[in-house]
Design a protein around this ligand. Sequence first.
Ligand SMILES: [Zn+2]
Length: 391
Amino acid sequence: MIDKIFPETLKILSTLIKFKTTSGTSNLELIKYCEKKLEEVGAKSFKTFNESGSQANLFSTIGDKDNSNNKGIILSGHTDVVPALSSEWTSDPYISREKDNKVYGRGTCDMKGFIACTLAVAPLFASKKLKVPIHFSYTFDEETGCLGAPFVLADLKKRNVNFSACIIGEPTRMKAITAHKGYNEYITHFTGLSGHASNPENGISAIEYAIRYSNKLIELRDELKKRNSKKTSFSPSYSTLQIGKISGGIGANVIPDQCSLEWEVRPINKDDGDFVSKNIDSFAKDILLPEMKKNNPKGNIKKEIIGEVVGFNKEEKSEAANLVCNLTGDNAKETMSFGTEAGLFQNSGISTVICGPGSIEQAHTVDEYITFDQLKKCLKMLISLQEKMVN
Ligand SMILES: [Zn+2]
């Protein structure tokens, strides 16, 4: 069976790579292609859009979705990819290239490879009556803070559809991932007052305030380490905080009026994320801002939220994880430290697991690739799912 479906998978993957679906740009052409492919085999689809209508989520169902006793299974993937600089790549990132049993191209591993596998197996799912429906969920803008998924989840809630499990095909080398930390990313902007360095009292150094803010963040980072004495399954075991970039100033003899700080938190639970936000916000508002504004009413501190991706928590008895382990024959359950849409699906009451082809080491890289072997392992899992659904 795999030998029949695999060439088709490669063909679909090379088409998907051609759609340049960088996060934040339109994915409508790709969605149209997927929708057509699924409708050709009888799937029923609906779409949800971003505010401007330039991006869409596709949700398609094969099988009897109206029978509410039949709780279906969702196969979920994001359609956006991170940017690629053609000049850095060996060949065009948007034209798939096969070499040494690997497919190269932006999104091959994260995660158009998985989407290609699901589309290639769709005719098989449609060929027999299924015990429960199979749903295909393709979202936009996952890479920039999971912006697309909430639209489709809100819509499903309105439609009152029930699900028994969701498999998110992010690259995990086909291992079942049952938890990951949250991911919160921020840029804090400081506005001071410029002036000649010979008289610092007349200006307000944005850099000085950014440093004091940083010191508070470091204090909070150390507290995060102490907050959870229990060992968790994550590595490291506690919530982390990292300051990644500081920019501001033009030279030693000018008081800098602008500075910005880029930083992130990877909380093991929502409380830890809230703890950091609450403390740093009140430090800025109650301590730093009144001092800044004393000499300059325009003095300001603004925390910009780049993304707050909710964590994915271990489920006590995970229907989704058990299903995947059963299908792959691999009972190892692991955790990881990068963010996905899993927490959003889980918070909607759907048992969720992450399991997909390719390795996270190749995601977001120059010359991103996926191996034939990983694609075949994924096809094998999906074919076993189909067999399980008809017997
Ligand atoms: Zn991804």
